[in-house]
Ligand binder design. Structure first.
Ligand code: NAD
Ligand code: 13P
Length: 620
């Protein structure tokens, strides 16, 4: 903004006698926290002085220029004419400007806290613009120092006389008045131009002057104006501002800090919490996530003590993921509702059979604008058709739900081994936020605009993992396993696309597709239990999946058998059994209607007879 004069007091600090700063209303705070772009005025907003006045002083014409500035500020001279006049008096060369910038580098002129606020905004993905009534020549070094790209700088341009011989600019001959910032109401025009380039939902203008306040007074301009009185306090600006601050710390402290809750405490829930808690740890006001992460723990006994107490003392879940720190900032809570009540981000990672009960309890009990992500692999089958867990969360709770799916064996991630996952999303901004929550140096997260495809991959690969386990159990090698895996992948894709026609082919080549399939078929729990099941059958000591799950997984839950039954219900209801020979064969083996050795005969599924009697298995 044009600077000093017009009755303003140049204090550099707040005048306490003038009463309290405006407190932001709920509406104002909400707009500030949801800003997609923040436009800063430069002179006396980001800098403790006005560039042109300082340049005038540097050139030895400070008093003369200040008199013109004053006339612009009290309205007796228009902005454009005043700029023209000030430049005429200053009459500098490009060399003078270079020397001026050297004498007054950006770091010597910045308002304390401005750099930290801009860094925090940018870290949150908020675009930062400088919209200055000053000159580009002097604004660009400030932008560079603040990490604001030159394309995001709106300012006036000086016009130079060029030397025909050297091709160099020599003398200042006025300025280019085609820039919006050269005129009154230039800031809203500049913002309207920004909007045309990028359709931001919410744009905030921060500045000290009347020309900055104009940004919200013209339609198409900013959505919120924050007045800054830390350098120059102008009563008219203060009176018109939505919010008036004297210190950037107030704005920094008011940025949203997302509170995160994890629903689930099994092996994968704990491995994911290990990463999330690391990313949330710390109390820096610039952090996007609150330090404390709450985890809902299905309460159970752990060697005579409550599991939640053990987790809160040892910062580790010895039952489901021993040896992996959950971090001192993770708090285990046995109450589902208190875990999620304040949460802005809710991570669902409970075995899929419990998810409906969980969602029903949460109806009307969460923040309406919470962001959800499901790590659960599985689906629900209802009479009217299947329901993905992300669909269930969205339907019951009325919030957007992304999914995080990949080759993610929990114990390996607990050891911080290189892994990758996708976030399947419908709302990209939510996915960007979630990526910051999960991504670590060893856990790579990419974004995929195919929620159903990613989630169907995570769900259906558990059936193929059973097939891989049967192959291992009957003693066959890698060729046979690769055969069922390839067939499984084809059936996964066909089934996912049959139910959700928008599912994309490329999704099956993403971390959630073929990569998860490989990891699960070699290192997963479904494979392990299926192998033991097949071995038991062949050795004449058949044991049920339930017994093997309890014995081998010690409380962890197998999802593949339930999913196989759920998918088969759909295949039978739609008459698709022979179209999915591997899925159907797996289900016949799981339900004891065919021996595990029939896994190699899956292509003959229409021809091979089902056993009329199922094999008696040991339930213990
Ligand atoms: P888990 O199988 O290790 O543990 C089971 C969890 O269920 C425990 O936390 C237990 O307390 C809880 N539980 C038991 N009874 C319950 C009830 N009645 N209501 C609610 N919860 C109950 O859990 P996990 O590994 O975190 O798996 C959760 C989801 O993540 C599953 O869908 C799984 O397929 C998926 N997943 C697992 C892994 C992995 O490597 N373990 C990897 C990726 C995805
Ligand atoms: P299992 O449940 O078969 O171990 O699979 C884990 C998983 O989903 C890995 O991505």
């Amino acid at each position: 903004a044009p600077t000093a004069g017009g009755g303003a007091s140049v204090t550099g600090a707040r005048d306490e006698s003038a009463g309290p700063a405006l407190e932001p209303t709920e509406r104002v705070l909400k707009l500030w926290r949801s800003a997609n772009a923040v436009c800063f005025d430069v002179d006396c907003t980001l800098t403790v002085n006005d560039s042109l006045d300082l340049l005038a002083e540097f050139m030895g014409v400070g008093g003369e220029v200040a008199a013109v500035t004053s006339r612009a500020m009290d309205g007796s001279m228009n902005l454009e004419a005043a700029l023209e006049e000030r430049l005429r008096i200053i009459d500098c060369t490009p060399k003078d400007i270079k020397a001026f910038i050297k004498a007054h580098p950006p770091e010597s002129r910045l308002v304390p806290g401005a750099k930290a606020l801009i860094a925090a905004l940018q870290a949150r993905g908020v675009a930062v613009y400088l919209v200055s009534g000053g000159f580009r020549e002097m604004t660009l070094p400030i932008a560079r120092y603040l990490g604001v790209p030159p394309d995001n700088v709106y300012a006036n341009r000086m016009n130079w006389q060029w030397d025909d011989d050297t091709g160099e600019p020599t003398r200042l001959v006025g300025f280019d008045n085609s820039e919006p910032t050269a005129h009154n109401q230039g800031k809203p025009q500049a913002i309207a131009r920004i909007r045309r380039g990028r359709p931001y939902n919410t744009i905030v203008m921060i500045g000290d002057g009347i020309t900055d306040l104009e940004a919200v007074q013209v339609s198409g301009g900013a959505d919120l104006f924050v007045g800054f009185g830390g350098v120059v306090r102008r009563p008219a600006v203060e009176a018109g501002a939505d919010w008036y601050v004297f210190d950037y710390k107030v704005l920094l402290d008011s940025l949203k800090r997302y509170k995160v809750a994890m629903v689930g405490s099994g092996a994968w829930a704990c491995a994911a919490a290990h990463m999330v808690a690391q990313n949330c740890a710390g109390d820096d006001p610039a952090d996007e996530f609150a330090d404390e992460v709450r985890m809902w723990v299905y309460e159970e006994d752990c060697e005579g003590r409550k599991l939640t107490d053990v987790i809160n003392e040892a910062h580790e879940n010895p039952k489901y993921l021993p040896g992996v720190s959950l971090g001192p900032n993770l708090v285990a809570d046995p109450e589902l509702l208190s875990t999620v009540a304040d949460a802005d981000v809710i991570i669902f990672c409970a075995p899929h059979q419990f998810m409906r009960g969980i969602c029903k309890q949460l109806i009307g009990k969460i923040k309406p604008d919470a962001v959800a992500v499901s790590l659960t692999k599985g689906m629900r089958v209802r009479r009217e058709g299947p329901q993905l867990i992300s669909e269930m969360v969205s339907k019951y709770l009325g919030i957007d739900c992304s999914v995080l799916m990949g080759a993610n064996i929990a114990t390996a991630i607990g050891r911080e081994e290189l892994s990758e996952a996708v976030i399947g999303y419908s709302v990209r901004d939510n996915a960007l936020l979630l990526r910051k929550l999960f991504q670590t140096r060893y856990f790579r997260v990419s974004l995929l605009a195919d929620v159903a495809g990613a989630e169907m991959c995570g769900t259906l690969k558990n059936i193929v993992a059973l097939a891989a386990g049967f192959i291992d159990g009957v003693g066959l090698g890698p060729n046979s396993k690769a055969t069922v895996m390839r067939q499984g992948l084809m059936e996964m894709r066909a089934f996912a696309k049959a139910l959700y026609p928008n599912v994309r082919d490329e999704t099956f080549f993403e971390p959630c597709g073929v990569a998860d399939l490989i990891a699960t078929c070699y290192g997963g729990r479904n494979r392990l239990v299926a192998e033991e099941f097949a071995r038991g059958m062949l050795d004449g000591r058949p044991r049920s999946f339930e017994a093997l799950e309890a014995d081998l997984l010690k409380g962890q839950k197998l999802q593949g058998v339930l999913t196989s039954n759920e998918v088969q219900e759909i295949l039978v209801a739609r008459g698709w059994e022979t179209d999915y020979p591997l899925f159907t064969t797996v289900n016949r083996i799981v339900t004891g209607r065919n021996p595990p050795t029939d896994i190699t005969n899956f292509m003959e599924v229409g021809k091979i007879a089902e056993a009329t009697e199922t094999v008696e298995v040991d339930e213990n």
